[in-house]
Design a protein around this ligand. Structure first.
Ligand code: SF4
Length: 357
């Protein structure tokens, strides 16, 4: 970044307006800038005829528009795309584009590594290196949008955002909140609040703040077991904030009529995929506005766990359904490039890797 400049992508709309106003520039210029950089996703400076000369020079002198770089692109046979993104300090994170009916969901990283150290997770093996800045979260989206426009021009719509990449999003609360405000802002990308999902391992202080400050955003909880001893082994933060404590809080969050909390359940062979586990899970969630995503574990190099058999996965699903709960078996999109959940790690380019742009 150039000396004395801040990243344009660090500011939400209100902050940008205030900055402009403080420098005696018409604050309405903020709407032209948001439209240009977020709605139209242009990377070049805004030349709109309504943008005053003073506004243009202020922007040129004070804002930096540089983005992280795409280091590698890994394209899966199922059309999932994993982008390895290089940050300004050469750290790397990944974001994943998941196709669905000619549209894409983007899975964003929020930290370099992760402090939660979940035992099934490739990212967790790295420990936390640092939080991402807002501009680095926004940067993943803009890079991905431009990559799609260039490489898959017929189906480049990015319609949903999930914070499920590297890191515990609620452990980097401020940056994730501000990035979400930018995604939601009506002057720019104008995404609907229901198009954003934040996923947590159960980091309760962050969850409380999120509910208070970003009400209405979808929530996903990494469940993986309702038996506390097993969950302690999978998700160490459970020893600090027990599942029961987290669920007691989730139960107080008001949900719209058709809004559901997503419970992610990774199925690990002979560990949490037995009939007893399935019944315990069904009984625990029964009566809640819940969708259970069953995810067959995808082994990664060095992992102690194995994928459940197809038979066990189907049996688990059937048992959950007897409790009147929807249980979806999530196809493991991208598992040939290690882009499936809990497998993000910046060291593993797959066979389909290409140096880009
Ligand atoms: S599963 Fe999520 S919260 Fe757990 S270590 Fe991995 S990235 Fe962190």
């Amino acid at each position: 970044m150039s000396a004395g400049k801040t990243s344009f992508y660090e500011h939400n709309y209100q902050e940008l307006e205030t900055l402009l106003e403080t420098h005696a520039i018409n604050p309405k210029s903020a709407s032209l800038l948001f439209r240009h950089h977020y709605k139209e996703k242009k990377l070049s400076p805004c030349e709109h005829h309504n943008l005053s000369k003073a506004a243009r020079s202020y922007v040129a002198e004070n804002f930096d528009f540089s983005l992280p770089e795409i280091d590698y692109v890994h394209e899966s046979t199922d059309q999932t795309v994993k982008l390895l993104v290089k940050l300004k300090d050469d750290q790397k994170v990944e974001c994943v584009l998941i196709p669905f009916q000619n549209k894409y969901t983007i899975c964003l990283s929020t930290q370099v590594g992760c402090a939660m150290k979940c035992s099934f997770c490739f990212t967790g093996t790295q420990g936390l290196k640092r939080n991402l800045e807002t501009s680095e979260i926004i940067g993943q989206f803009i890079l991905a949008w431009n990559w799609l426009e260039k490489n898959r021009p017929d189906d480049h719509q990015l319609k949903n955002i999930v914070y499920m990449g590297q890191g515990e999003p609620l452990h980097n609360f401020s940056a994730v909140k501000k990035a979400s405000e930018i995604f939601l802002d009506q002057h720019g990308m104008s995404l609907g609040i229901q198009k954003i999902t934040v996923s947590t391992a159960g980091y309760l202080p962050g969850l409380k703040r999120w509910n208070e400050e970003m009400p209405g955003v979808n929530l996903a909880l990494s469940l993986h077991s309702v038996i506390e001893e097993k969950r302690n082994k999978l998700i160490p933060i459970n020893q600090r904030y027990s599942l029961q404590e987290v669920m007691d809080y989730i139960d107080t969050i008001p949900l719209a009529r058709k809004q559901y909390v997503i419970y992610e359940y990774l199925l690990i062979k002979d560990f949490n995929d037995t009939e007893e586990d399935a019944h315990a899970t069904g009984a625990f969630l029964k009566g809640r506005q819940a969708i259970i995503n069953l995810i067959p574990f995808n082994p990664f190099p060095g992992s102690d766990f194995e994928r459940s058999t197809d038979e066990s996965i189907l049996r688990f699903q059937k048992i959950i359904e007897t409790y009147n709960l929807p249980a979806l078996i999530r196809t493991t999109k991208g598992d040939d490039i290690l882009a499936a959940c809990g497998q993000l790690n910046t060291k593993s380019p797959g066979n389909n890797s290409k140096a880009v742009q």
